[in-house]
Design a protein around this ligand. Structure first.
Ligand code: PLP
Length: 370
């Protein structure tokens, strides 16, 4: 048996005809940048995300950059965030000349530990940038309360959390701006790069729409210096087809997570910790990430058994070479560093079968019992 980490070819087979028809329609119009298809996608995704405005852009990384740009983050500012995330969460901050101030993560959900948030806030703090890692929201009630007390905007990195809820609220709608990615391997993936900003604030939405087209409004009149970060019409067409299936795919991911939970609890392995889902969260399982003893050996063993796994992320951002100027050392964020040693993401994609999951868990049992 073979179990890839993700099987986008299998997914494409289920929607191939709709997809090719949608792509053909774009080619027939020869309108490739922005346009009616992008606007329709923005309306549909805004409804799905339960937010007033959705603004397409070129990538999740650009969404983060645009969000901080519109909030005026710059030289000398601090942005509170986590070091246990994809690179782009921090690079958006440093690119604008601001400094990331890291808060260690919580053991149970890999997200920013809100008990440590208050002590990170200084007079230089300009924004708080939590990440909803693996598809489960950070503890937004505490984050929003701290932000309100200090009059700070919250930007949500919801790149892995489309359709996730926290206490009944959708990811990307609780802070002033939400940032999403349509990188092909995300739960809603384009046929290339794409990204999205969400906000309920009319003025911010208007500014973001301007910033993504070089700060241009009207045509060839530039009030501010923006960037070129548009969503292609082709990507919007692809995403509109997939959006119709997203809810079903999410439910399939949740069903698979539940099945892993049953299989692991039946196996009773002391060496594996399965993901915790908070009772007030809708986890959309972008990743199903366990903590595993002898993680690297386990990963190699599973690889030999044709089971794809991945480590998200092996090097926390405070220890990356390019951020050495921040002056952090190993040991600064113990839970972050521990997670980087222990975490292992297993296949959780919607098309995964029960037999494949049994095979994955049986191989993990075999590894620890031999
Ligand atoms: C994928 C991802 C991004 C970046 O998105 P791109 O579309 O690849 O630029 C940012 N943050 C997190 C947490 C991500 O998972």
């Amino acid at each position: 048996m073979k179990v890839p980490l993700l099987d986008l070819v299998a997914q494409h087979q289920t929607i191939r005809d709709e997809m090719m028809a949608a792509v053909t329609r774009v080619f027939d119009t020869q309108q490739f940048v922005m346009g009616a298809g992008v606007e329709e996608f923005e309306r549909e995704i805004a409804a799905y995300c339960q937010v007033k405005h959705a603004i397409g852009c070129a990538s999740g990384s650009d969404a983060l950059l645009l969000a901080l740009l519109v909030l005026g983050v710059g030289e000398g500012d601090e942005v509170i965030t986590t070091a246990y995330t994809f690179f782009a969460t921090t690079s958006a901050i440093t690119r604008l000349g601001a400094r990331p101030v890291y808060v260690d993560i919580a053991y149970d959900d890999f997200n920013l530990n809100v008990e440590r948030l208050a002590q990170a806030i200084t007079p230089k703090t300009k924004a708080i940038l939590p990440v909803h890692l693996y598809g489960q929201c950070a503890r937004m009630d505490v984050i929003l309360e701290a932000a309100r007390r200090h009059n700070l905007p919250v930007v949500e990195d919801a790149a892995q959390a489309i359709g996730a809820d926290f206490q009944g609220q959708r990811a990307g709608t609780m802070g002033v701006i939400g940032c999403f990615s349509f990188f092909p391997s995300k739960n809603l993936g384009a046929a290339g790069d794409g990204g999205l900003l969400t906000t309920n604030d009319d003025a911010l939405a208007a500014q973001l729409r301007m910033l993504r087209v070089h700060g241009m409004e009207p045509k060839y009149y530039h009030q501010v210096v923006g960037i070129n970060s548009r969503l292609d019409a082709l990507q919007a067409a692809v995403l509109r087809v997939k959006l119709q299936h997203l809810e079903d795919w999410t439910i399939a991911r949740q069903r698979n997570a539940e099945r892993y939970g049953q299989l692991f609890s039946a196996a009773g392995l002391a060496e594996v910790v399965t993901p915790k889902v908070h009772a007030d969260c809708r986890h959309i399982f972008h990743q199903y990430t366990i903590r595993a003893q002898r993680r690297d050996e386990l990963k190699a063993f599973l690889q030999k058994a044709d089971i794809g796994t991945e480590v998200y992320y092996p090097v926390p951002l405070h220890l990356q070479e390019c951020f050495a100027f921040l002056g952090h050392r190993s040991g600064d964020f113990p839970e972050t560093e521990r997670a980087a040693q222990e975490c292992l993401s297993l296949p959780i994609y919607p098309e995964l079968t029960a037999e494949q999951q049994q095979y994955v868990v049986s191989k993990i049992v075999e590894f620890y019992q031999s």
